[in-house]
Ligand binder design. Sequence first.
Ligand code: ADP
Ligand code: ASP
Ligand code: MG
Length: 404
Amino acid sequence: MKFGGTSVADIDRIKAVRDLISGEVNNGWTVVAVVSAMSKETNKLIDLAKQVGVESLVDPEYDALISTGEDVSSSLLAIALNSHGVSARSWRGWQLPVRTDSFYSNAKIEEIETKQLESSFKDGTKVAVVSGFQGIDKSGRVTTLGRGGSDTSAVAIAAAIGAKRCDIYTDVSGIYTTDPRIKINASKLKRISFEEMLEMASLGANVLQTRAVELAMRHKVPITVLNSFSKEEGTLVCDEEEIMEKNIVSGIAFQKNESQITLTNIEDKPGVAAKIFGPLASSGVNIDMIVQSNTETGLTNITFSCPADDLQMAKKAISKAKENSLISFERLIENKNLAKVSIVGIGMKTHAGVAQKMFETLSDENININVISTSEIKLSVLIERKYLELAVRSLHDAFGLQNL
Ligand code: ADP
Ligand code: ASP
Ligand code: MG
């Protein structure tokens, strides 16, 4: 059972979580409860680090600091369970341990040891409360798994112990056809395939961390997303074969803060793309969509998108490459007021006309498309940010998602 920040936001919420867990213990389950920091705590810690001038996020001290929020909630929950007669103990990531690489602030889990956990269950502990988000690297330093990383802790532990279930409790009642924070009649999905969920998460639906879905898919961990505030049935994230009726489009995901750079009149010869994207990769810019359009004059334009937060870094990397005569182009045109909207569905593999419908719907609303990218089960477009909600609403409508 994993509980996110809002599910452990205050003492009342922690008591509610305690009751959910003791309900499962009474039903005969042995439980590993993975917890996030209390709501907003991680943001506060990040802000404190900035105030004392943290220079890079790839710094073990940064992880040592921002991982501490989880320890408060795991200990509080263990105390609450014990004082309620349910035998529990808390575990920090390093105590299991959850072994990771050394990519501070965004570490990857390499291995989880479960021996100690299992022997504590043999000794009669009913609930292991684990601080999510945390790991330890080879040099013995604490690491963190990236924002939203407690989801990944939960799935990885479930895989490592061969758990029967992995229930992820949050503040909404499952996976919806789009973010329920957008005021439309989003429908709750009964089931969604790992593949679709992976696309949804990586395209902006941060209800589950992308890496958690990747791990669940690889290790076949069935995830149920549930609401810790209400007893509704949640959404099962499972194999495609377990879904009888496949939706053409299951959901709409979006990223609010995107930006785009166009470089004009680049010399069109082998190796230029590598020369442009090499320096961008080395500076850690997260490039997303790329379009190249050739002209007959032997020159070419390249447009690419990246998160708005990475725009300055991208411009710097490109200017430096130009100064060092690694690349040549005429103009750099930027737009930092963009958003990306994506439609996702496994049914797209076998149905034609989905792209056409998406483009027509946006054109009916007079929304211009800057860049398009596709995969077998998704279609993404980059549009002006001010049209984001309108685009999500009209696409939700056009694909009949309110009636799923
Ligand atoms: P937690 O703290 O429990 O990990 P998160 O804030 O990380 O919770 O994730 C839950 C949030 O994800 C919801 O409040 C919701 O606004 C957002 N979300 C985005 N897309 C979706 C979606 N398609 N279905 C459900 N929730 C979504
Ligand atoms: N507390 C961490 C964060 O806010 C991890 C998590 O909530 O999953 O990103
Ligand atoms: Mg989360």
